[in-house]
Design a protein around this ligand. Structure first.
Ligand code: NOJ
Length: 569
């Protein structure tokens, strides 16, 4: 059987499990590059990246042939959760620049055909937001309090939280306030840090507030919104106790679908009303949900035709280095999203998880989202991690659908696992007394020039987090000059992906190789094969388009931890 299938013509006849999409909108096959502004490029010299730094590097990003940039928050914020605690949604924090800097960034990006997608943070704001400050100053039961989720405590004196919900960052999800008259008072809900009070989306005033925010940024020309914790906006009425995981993912006896703070049916009406607003603008603007909802069939409800355009695929991000598991998540994703006519998206790294160049260098699955790797943890095998990361990226870039890249992965950056405690800023570290080190390790400022202080990140050599000594070899200038660098691998793969229109393609599996660890499929005229096993695997004798490393093939055998793209015709 395998023998017969090794000719190009028989490979071309394999039955696809996914067909090309009917629509050709840009977001069905887009490559979206995530920028974490504080760590991208610091032109103003205070050790924190800024908007002018991003504008200056748009030409470098354009070389990667991306469609859009998603900017993590840059709004006015006390920075208790690196900007995901917003004090003014229609502003730029002076740390990052001004609204004029933002406009200049949009204009420069658009000159290079790159859209700017901003982060909408609708589940919670900062405790310094004027609306929350007003709520604190107003009496229980007032309209001001009704914008947030205030409740009386339990126990004889209201001294216990209203329910047992836990914060994502550790500790209880409720904080008790002191009323304006100085007495101990109500409690407010914060699914994240104490400084991030949850909005009450049962209040029409909250809807109106966010519609204004959407229009503010749409009017400024943004290409759309990445929606933070999009699954959490509505809470089940009565706020019943929950014994499952704080992030709502399924665990023994606690299916995620029962989590009272996530995935409630009323959410979809909010998405529909936002979609109408976006559709009233020209330019095919998009909504992308950050939603940790399982199983994937349930998640695809977020992208029905009148809701969001895309949702992140965290099941894919978390796939282990195991061929059957990877095949399963790819196929179930394609089925689930095809069912609703939406593109599947693929992502391997972001600012909340250990970078894939580190994850794939660990023997185990790595820490849970948000936990990070510290000096006490197993240290990744960096060479193995990088080889696998390059292979995994090449496989991802050949999949049909949309792709998200996280800044620095094109340089093959691993996490910084040795950050001294005194530099750590992630609230997870502080709320768990260091038991969970948190996400700072993947947020380290980027290396631009090997021989400059802070590797050229900042004009003064400052850096808000220390950079590891290996940043030198990963610096952009060094990688630009090396034809075999990870940067040049990304460039070539992204170019070919567009040229061959792989994002709008199909997917047919090459018959299963469970015993040898091969994941192989045909997309259009390309055979894509990744070897996740321990031994070389024989491939058909076809012309090679590119490999994840120069030594990917020995003859027609694919080495372990490598990927190749081969041409069928
Ligand atoms: C998800 C964001 O990606 C993460 O960085 C943030 O801490 C939480 N949402 C809270 O906004």
């Amino acid at each position: 059987m395998v023998e017969q299938l090794t000719t190009a013509s028989s490979l071309a006849r394999l039955v696809p499990v996914h067909e090309p999409p009917a629509g050709r909108e840009w977001w069905r096959s887009s490559v979206i590059y995530q920028i974490y502004p504080r760590s991208f490029r610091d032109l103003r010299g205070d050790g924190v990246g800024d908007l002018p730094g991003i504008t200056a590097e748009i030409p470098a990003l354009a070389e990667l042939d991306i469609d859009a940039i998603w900017l993590s928050p840059f709004y006015r914020s006390p920075q208790k959760d690196a900007g995901y605690d917003v004090a003014d949604y229609c502003s730029v924090d002076p740390l990052f620049g001004t609204l004029e800097d933002f406009d200049a960034l949009v204009a420069e990006a658009s000159r290079h055909n790159i859209r700017i997608i901003v982060d909408l943070v609708p589940n919670h704001c900062s405790d310094q937001h004027p609306l929350f400050q007003k709520a604190l100053a107003s009496p229980a039961g007032s309209p001001e309090r009704d914008l947030f989720i205030f409740r009386d405590g339990t126990g004889d004196h209201g001294q216990n939280p209203p329910n047992n919900w836990q914060s994502h960052f550790g500790g209880p999800a409720w904080t008790r306030i002191t009323e304006p008259d100085g007495t101990p008072g109500q409690w407010y809900l914060h699914l994240f840090d104490t400084s991030q009070p949850d909005f009450n989306w049962d209040s029409p005033a909250v809807h109106a507030e966010f519609e204004k925010i959407l229009r503010f940024w749409l009017d400024r020309g943004v290409g759309g919104f990445r929606v933070d914790v999009a699954h959490a906006l509505i809470k089940k009425s009565g706020l019943p106790d929950w014994g499952g995981r704080a992030d709502g993912s399924s665990s023994e006896g606690f299916p995620g679908s029962d989590a009272p703070m996530f995935g409630q049916p009323g959410i979809h009406d909010i998405f529909r009303s936002w979609r109408k607003i976006l559709d009233s603008y020209d330019g095919d603007r998009v909504l992308c949900a950050e939603a940790t909802i399982d199983p994937i069939e349930r998640l695809s409800d977020w992208v029905r035709p009148d809701e969001m355009h895309q949702t992140f695929n965290f099941a894919y991000l978390h796939h282990p280095w195991h061929a059957p598991a990877l095949r399963h998540v790819i196929e179930s994703s394609l089925h689930a999203f095809d069912r609703v006519g939406a593109p599947t998206t693929w992502v391997l790294s972001n600012h909340d998880v250990v970078r894939h160049a580190s994850r794939f260098g660990l023997t185990g699955a790595g820490p849970r989202t948000g936990d990070g790797l510290g000096p006490q943890d197993e240290q990744p095998d960096l060479d193995l991690g990088l080889a696998r990361a390059r292979a995994a990226t090449m496989l991802m870039l050949a999949l049909p659908g949309g792709v998200y890249l996280y800044q620095g992965e094109e340089l093959g950056l691993p996490d910084h696992t040795m950050i001294p405690d005194e530099f750590r800023q992630d609230p997870t570290f502080h709320r768990t007394a260091g038991v969970r080190v948190g996400r700072d390790g993947n947020r380290v400022p980027l290396p631009w020039k090997a021989n400059l202080p802070s590797y050229g990140f900042s004009s003064t050599g400052e850096s808000w987090l220390p950079q590891p000594p290996i940043w030198g070899r990963h610096s952009r200038d060094i990688e630009q000059r090396n034809p075999d660098s990870t940067l040049n691998l990304y460039r070539r793969a992204l170019d070919l992906r567009r040229e061959l229109d792989l994002g709008n393609g199909s997917l047919a599996w090459w018959p299963e190789h469970d015993d040898d660890g091969l994941v192989a499929f045909v997309n259009g005229g390309v055979l894509v094969a990744m070897n996740m096993g321990d031994a070389p695997v024989q491939l058909p004798d076809l012309p090679r388009l590119m490999g994840s490393s120069p030594d990917a093939l020995e003859g027609a055998r694919l080495r372990p931890n490598r990927t190749v793209w081969m041409r069928l015709g």
